[in-house]
Design a protein around this ligand. Sequence first.
Ligand code: CA
Length: 675
Amino acid sequence: MIAVLRSAAAAGLVLLATACTPAPGNVDWANTGNGWEEAHYSPLDQINADNVGELGLAWYADLNTDRGQEATPLVVDGVLFNTEPWNITTAYDAVTGEQLWRYDPEVPLRFGRLACCDIVTRGAAYHDGKVIIGTLDGRLIALDAATGEEVWSTLTVDNSANYTITGAPRVSGDKVFIGNGGAELGVRGYVSAYDAGTGEMIWRWHTVPGNPADGFENAAMEMAAQTWSGEWWKAGGGGTVWDGISVDPELGLVYIGTGNGSPWVRKWRSPEGGDNLFLTSIVALDIETGEYRWHYQTVPGEEWDYTATQNMVLADIELDGEIRHVLMQAPKNGFYYVLDRETGELLSAETLAPISWASGIDMATGRPIENPEARYGTVPVMVSPGAGGVHNWNPMAFSPDTGLAYIPITETYMAYAAAENYEPGRGLGTAFSGHDDIRRQIAEYADANTRSWLAAWDPATQSERWRVPYPQKGSGGVLATGGNLVFQGTIGTTFAAYNATTGEKVWEMPVQNVPIAAPITYMVDGVQYIAVNAGWGGGLAHVERAAYSELHLGKPRLLVFRLGGTAELPPLPEESFVVPELAPPPPLTGSAEQVALGEQLYGANCAICHGNAARGGVKDLRHMAPDTHAAFSEIVLGGSRAANGMVSFADVLSEEESEAIHQYLIARANEDWGG
Ligand code: CA
């Protein structure tokens, strides 16, 4: 039996209170997961299961772009700080919505090409009068919270490599921690600690070993190198820390979640196999020095993009009569892990949804019991979950009141296949076309069996307490409150509240968009508010947008609710804000050779944003409007739509190559039109 002994999140609030001393009647949300426990929980209970029916819109603000809004806002001393695509950061009066300042770091648009899963940000950090953001181009920037003026700015990456930052920085004491992304594009992952006052780097810890000829940075890298073979460093290795970071000031540890390998296919990065440490791992580092303390690898020798970067909740719970300081994570691979966060010992692990890559975890070794068929070759194999994972970045919440975790869950299936050959730094080493009959069967099975729900999960018994099914995957991150409520944005373009004990839906409001981000709650002058960003986009929309063509969306907005709120959204425009009208494609005029060249070039240059085989992406290129076809070269080479994020590719593509891609897209559009 596990029982929650004390409110870990409440302890975090006390800690923040001593640091910031909010005015009476004010309760802040000063860290992306609220307290350092990252539980996405607040003890606030003015809005509760009895009165939530009176919840209404207090105010809203239109957001900058129709790309994914993934950020968790912060509230400190009555000011709400929000971050949007391209890292535009805005401060609002948290009561009235009045804009106090707006800061644009002017991220060069070319970095949009490096963001695997949209030009998103998941939030900011707050430290001593400063709002700290990580930008898509790899800068860590501290802003004066009162004015929005830059206090310091530090470049945290080598801009000649394919790094991006989408995660929220975390703060502990005088340090700020930040990782980065880019494992789909050949980078070597790391996390760094900076002085929050000055922006100077204090330490950096790589997640995978570099070239041994350059010398290992530390003993952990030497140990990790024993689990790799060949010339892995040529493809970067991956293991990026693109989202989850949790700090534990009591134990003096910072926990990082690491991502997939670069490239995806293990034989292309480590021909002799091996565990490939520290991919897809939870790693504990010394807060002060960045020294390695322990690790738990969720997927040894990973090759399905099963990142362990998802948010890690810290709690103190009783297990078999003993108080354990635990870390809990629901990574993409489908297991719910409970670890002792002092030692890294695996305490329990069970599956949250049907999966096929492993049948369980061997508790003697902590290793998964793999299904050997999931280790794919060049013939496509259906594996569950797919690369979207059972649980992705959308934060789960944990309530110390109910002892339950609330997790956005997806059951998915995907065709995995290795490419016939691979050149370091070019692509994932996978194949997304060929063997069409097998792929069609897998796609049909996936379409028929993919489902999604909000789960209330009991870590004590490793079992589901209740679930709320959704008609389609894509619902958002979660907030749990002391009012016995769970809040979540839904794929049905609503924002909903559930009874945290029973799962009963107790409130729902149409919001004209899909709030994929995690909501927050705060109190100003004795009034409790709930806030959430509502803007569809991100990885799911990026690669499968076509599946969401029915979505009728209004503008992306920041929405703030309170009891008795009476604000109203403007009417939903007749024309959906995001999904374009479909037009029949022009007839194919290009040769078979042109189309084949176009397919190859598309895979290397375009698929990262526009989807594999042009199935979806930020803009579904199978459904280009006539004026887009006419301006294709101006767009691709001339950069005429750079302001939307589609920057010029003239540095890597010739006029002939651009036209080959155009002909390939026309061929794809004709293949799929009406089908
Ligand atoms: Ca990935």
